[in-house]
Write a protein that binds this ligand. Structure first.
Ligand SMILES: Cc1cc2nc3c(=O)[nH]c(=O)nc-3n(C[C@H](O)[C@H](O)[C@H](O)COP(=O)(O)O)c2cc1C
Length: 173
């Protein structure tokens, strides 16, 4: 087990996974638990997570994401959808337009880090056709798919991608 800082430093987008090596059900469960441990506005958890391990379904998701091959090759994929109406019941437009997205994407971030801590790797996929994903997974109109995470055991260790310097991105008052 890595401490938090090491876990964050070891998280890179991994797009090649060990083939024929599924993600164990216990690890998937632990990752989902960590995702739902994320904070959410009013503790409403205005999102839903679809877990996909079916090969045909992964292939269809890959097609819906402009043929990004690694989705098809991943043993698992999590699709995070917002539930804007759930948040709007308490927070109105701000809940609908902002908090639901924050709830869902914070949960996805937690899942990415949990994956690393569990010895797995992931890649965030935001470039996909929402309508196609909705139809593949039969996602109801009330939910909006906003992010996918492919999951699997890494078969590559990517070079860390550069980050902008803190001084450029942080202001102190
Ligand atoms: C909102 C969002 C959308 C992204 N969409 C894609 C995507 O469609 N395909 C992909 O391969 N990576 C995607 N990524 C991953 C980024 O390319 C990656 O996080 C970034 O290059 C930094 O690299 P790192 O994750 O290894 O630190 C996305 C990441 C985020 C946060």
């Amino acid at each position: 087990m890595w401490d938090f800082f090491a876990t964050v430093r070891h998280r890179h987008s991994v797009r090649q996974y060990r083939q024929n090596t599924p993600v164990e059900a216990e690890k998937l469960h632990a990752i989902l638990e960590m995702a739902t441990a994320a904070p959410s506005a009013g503790d409403l958890q205005a999102y839903h997570i679809h877990v996909i391990t079916d090969e045909t379904c992964l292939q269809q998701l890959s097609q819906a994401a402009q043929q990004q091959e690694f989705i098809r090759q991943a043993p698992a994929c999590l699709v995070f959808s917002t539930d804007p109406e759930r948040s709007s019941r308490e927070f109105g437009d701000r809940g609908r337009q902002l908090y639901a997205i924050q709830d869902a994407t914070i949960a996805a971030s937690y899942a990415q880090l949990a994956a690393v801590a569990a010895g797995l790797a992931s890649a965030w996929v935001g470039y996909f056709d929402e309508k196609q994903v909705r139809s593949i997974l039969d996602i109801p109109e009330a939910l909006e798919p906003v992010a996918m995470l492919t999951l699997g055991y890494p078969s590559e260790i990517p070079e860390p991608s550069p980050r902008r310097p803190l001084g450029e991105m942080v202001s102190r008052y």
